[in-house]
Design a protein. Structure first.
Lengths: 483, 419
């Protein structure tokens, strides 16, 4: 029997595993997808919010501010790309200016450090590409931009290297109370655990429903984005929000940690939790609202659209609680924005629940709180040469848009949580993230994956199960072969 | 110290290097990021190359092979599997590059030829709505899978864009046993060569839908359906015209973008219309000693023209190294009615003749190309039976005409009234 089973390895599951790994506990993380962080964690605004948005007294308010602080420390320790670039909420009229004052007061009550209200000239001086219509802004210096996927991966990797078991492609099909805990059934086997954390994102109510009918529902809400070429990166130097409304924080324009520019999202309730499509209307909405903040955005420089699904719920706060009828079964659910910013603190909260029940637990002495993650293009010339001398594969550039080398890809393929898909490599190494979107490096990455993992190239998927890229060899069976 | 470093070993780089050698340079280096020379020609196994340059019909690899053979007879050095990371203009110019064999190198040279070619526009650049399943490929990536790696990418195919690579791939996929359901073109005319429309679509009964575009893509994992809609004169989809194709693959042939990240980083002045460097008639950029040729300057239809242009660049690079004086005075070219861009964008006055290449912005029937100077004087005119954006136009302006021009030249296309 495991001490703890964590369902889901998005950023919340990963953060929970990362905290639990510090203690002498037998922990299993069960992920439905064939790779970690493949749900909401991979498709969002990639912002570590400062924490002035949530109503004081909510879990969101408390955990956002704490999670923001923790994110800075964790990212530094685990070599996750992160920068505290600060954020602005723009006001376009008197009503907006009043909203800014409300947000300022909320931020102060929530303990957000360093908030400032800027007047029109301060805004213009510091962000010259913003609209002339901007009347003022709320500046939050602690807001940051992050690689959300790498953030989740880093925490999951440290958990795994410290003994946490991770099972991918293990969707939960049944949860049954057993003597002293719960039995969780997956295609990878039945896992019994004394405690269970439900961190299954947009599916949390359905997974909870395998045990009992939950008293909340997830109300999935889709947001669509543009990701623009590096040529647009310098349009703004901070995260630019508009005043929040009933649909969330509105359309933002922000530099990304990889040097691109992200623009979005809209907010659209959806039925199908798997439908990550973009719509012409959604994209029109994003363009229209974004150019209100930054009129000079050049959408011809777009390199990718995507959408993500928010795990909104019928409650107005995060749902962090133990089931009253099933002790030891905890929800970490309804993690909508600022979920990414709060994730580290949510993981800590989860771990504290175990510590309260297992009062004898002492932290492990041999916990290794670090990992190595070589990013070739960030190295100095001397470091590059040293690395190539050691392993010539670091001299072979595979992704030319992002200067990603074969050495980095091979290292990822033999890392604690190795990828086996083209997008798995992309998220770990950035190969294919650039302006040609893998047009050049895709076949080469596929080839390296097949070679390193001993697969037939036709078996190498783009992403989740079913995303086959090749349908067979040419000429085989007269060209009619199909995998 | 090199006399000339050529960045890119595709058709442009090969022709430039060979020509520079023939004109007397002896310290020449080609830097090529792939494992072999030849560039994109290596995956273009169809024929139709070389009709102008060699007066015979070759396949892509054969065309490249001719130049590789020619190069092997010279002392031009080649570094393969080498990625150029940075170009720093100066005296000398510095080229930073990295390879498994030589590590991180900083090379110095008197002249540089930029010959990096182009890349394909992707789904993102045109923001096609819908899901993001596997099975969406740029036509060139699919071509690489089929012709170089030996794998099929799908069985039921829709192609968006009627650029040449898309047309070639329609035939190629068909020959490999796939069913190509439609070729869809946003514009009211094809973006490819007429011969490719005939030989790759019509000969295989593949319908071409002009003034149509893809408005939705369905499939959580692999492409399952593609929706195609007619567009109005402003290229906006017309509701009610949707056609749904059940397919597993969408190929995109929606244009090429010159690959100029190094050029921009180096601060070399660019032309917004071509997305390439501004060049003189000898393919020199605005930075002395740095030349550019082939698809990195503007996207060509025929490799034969890339070769001719690149030979000019190679010869000019040799002349530069050998200390040829350049006339500072030049005639700027502007685009008149119907002309989308010109290459070159300026012509030096003291040249024997200047070759001007351009594309028209729409289809012209019986018409003429007109060159006027700033004062409005007619300098030259060239009759044409038919011009289309998919086919690059070339005119040649001899010295005697250039000497007459006052101030600058405007190139325009004019329809000739019938009768």
């Amino acid at each position: 029997m495991y001490d703890v089973i964590v369902l889901g390895c998005g950023v919340v599951g990963a953060a929970t595993a990362y905290q639990l790994a510090r203690y002498p506990l037998k922990v299993a993380v069960l992920e439905a997808q064939n790779d970690v962080a493949n749900g909401t964690t991979k498709a969002n605004s990639a912002i570590i919010h400062a924490g002035y948005d949530p109503e004081p007294g909510t879990l969101m308010a408390k955990l956002n501010v704490e999670g923001n602080r923790m994110a800075g420390e964790i990212c530094q320790k685990l070599q996750v790309p992160f920068a505290r670039v600060g954020s602005l909420v723009l006001a376009f009229d008197e009503a907006d200016l009043a909203t800014l004052r409300t947000l300022y007061d909320r931020g102060v009550a929530n303990g957000v450090p360093g908030l400032e209200l800027w007047d029109q000239s301060q805004v213009r001086q510091r962000e010259p590409n913003l609209s002339q219509e901007v009347k003022g802004a709320l500046y939050a210096p602690t807001a940051g931009i992050v690689d959300p996927w790498q953030y989740a991966l880093a925490m999951a990797e440290v958990a795994v290297t410290n003994g946490v078991e991770l099972h991918r492609s293990a969707p939960v099909t049944a949860i049954t109370p057993v003597e002293g805990g719960y039995a969780v059934t997956t295609p990878k086997g039945v896992f019994e655990g004394r405690y269970v954390f439900n961190a299954t994102g947009v599916f949390a109510d359905q997974v909870h429903g395998l045990l009992e009918t939950p008293d909340y529902r997830i109300t999935p809400n889709r947001g669509e984005y543009y990701l623009m070429d590096k040529s647009q990166h310098e349009q703004v130097s901070r995260v630019i929000f508009q005043c929040p409304n009933e649909n969330g924080k509105g359309v933002l324009v922000s530099p990304t940690i990889h040097g691109n520019l992200i623009v979005g999202p809209n907010a659209q309730p959806v039925e199908d939790r798997h439908d990550l499509g973009n719509t012409a209307q959604g994209l029109d909405f994003v363009r229209e609202h974004a150019t209100r903040s930054v009129p000079g955005l050049n959408f011809r420089e777009n390199i990718r659209n995507f959408s993500g699904i928010r795990a909104n719920s019928t409650r107005h706060d995060f749902i962090l609680e133990e089931s009253p009828n099933h002790p030891g079964f905890f929800d970490l659910a309804g993690i909508k924005s600022p979920g990414l910013a709060s994730a580290a603190a949510i993981g800590k909260w989860a771990c504290e629940q175990i510590l309260e029940k297992e009062t004898q637990l002492e932290p492990k002495q041999d916990f290794v709180d670090q990992r190595t993650h070589v990013v070739f293009h960030t190295l100095s010339r001397e470091e590059k040469n040293a690395l190539i001398a050691q392993d010539p594969r670091y001299g072979r550039v595979i992704c030319r848009c992002e200067t990603v080398t074969e050495g980095e890809i091979v290292a990822a393929l033999h890392s604690p949580i190795p990828p086996h898909t083209i997008n798995g490599v992309k998220r770990r190494c950035n190969a294919g993230m650039g302006r040609c979107q893998g047009g050049f490096c895709g076949p080469r990455v596929q080839d390296i994956i097949a070679r390193e993992l001993g697969l037939n190239p036709c078996e190498v998927l783009m992403d989740q199960e079913g995303t086959y890229v090749l349908t067979g060899e040419t000429k085989a069976q007269g060209g009619k072969a199909h995998v | 110290m090199y006399e000339l470093i050529v960045i890119g070993g595709g058709p442009a780089g090969l022709a430039a290097a060979c020509e520079a050698w023939d004109k007397g340079l002896r310290r020449i280096l080609i830097l090529e990021r792939d494992k072999e020379l030849g560039g994109i020609l290596n995956q273009c196994i169809h024929n139709g190359f070389g009709l102008h340059h060699f007066k015979e019909e070759l396949t892509g690899p054969e065309y490249a092979g001719r130049f590789i053979q020619q190069l092997q007879a010279t002392g031009v050095e080649v570094q393969l599997d080498t990625m150029v990371l940075q170009l720093i203009p100066g005296t000398p110019h510095q080229v930073h590059c990295v390879s498994a064999q030589h590590g991180y190198q900083i090379l110095e040279t008197q002249a540089v030829v930029l010959a990096m070619g182009c890349r394909e526009r992707t789904r993102g650049t045109i923001a096609i709505p819908g899901e993001r399943p596997a099975g969406i490929f740029t036509a060139g990536a699919a071509q690489r899978y089929l012709n170089m790696e030996g794998y099929m990418v799908g069985r039921r195919v829709v192609i968006l864009g009627s650029g040449d690579i898309g047309l070639i791939m329609a035939r190629r996929m068909t020959l490999e046993g796939a069913k190509v359901l439609a070729c869809v073109e946003l514009m009211p005319y094809s973006g490819g060569l007429t011969r490719n429309i005939v030989q790759c679509l019509e000969d295989y009964n593949i319908p071409l839908y002009l003034s149509h575009t893809v408005t939705d893509i369905r499939g959580h994992n692999r492409v399952e359906q593609v929706t195609v809609s007619q567009v109005d004169e402003n290229r906006r989809p017309i509701p009610g015209t949707e056609m749904v194709f059940d397919c597993d693959t969408l190929l995109l042939s929606v244009g090429l973008i010159p690959e100029n990240e190094l050029t921009r980083q180096a601060g070399i002045p660019m032309d917004r219309r071509t997305n390439g460097a501004l060049v003189y008639e000898n393919m020199e950029t605005q930075v002395p000693g740095i030349f550019a040729c082939g698809n990195v300057v503007h996207v060509h239809d025929l490799v034969d023209y890339v070769t001719a242009e690149s030979q000019r660049a190679g010869a000019a690079a040799a002349a530069f190294v050998q200390g040829a004086e350049q006339d500072a005075a030049s005639l700027p070219l502007t685009n008149g009615d119907g002309v989308g861009y010109t290459v070159p964008q300026s012509i030096r006055r003291n040249v024997d003749k200047a070759q001007v290449m351009f594309r028209v912005g729409r289809v012209f029937h019986k018409s003429r190309i007109v060159v006027r100077d700033q004062a409005g004087n007619l300098i030259a005119q060239f009759p044409r039976e038919h011009m289309a954006p998919g086919e690059m136009e070339q005119i040649s302006l001899p010295k005697v005409l250039l000497e007459r021009a006052v101030g600058g030249l405007t190139v325009s296309a004019e329809e000739v009234a019938e009768g």
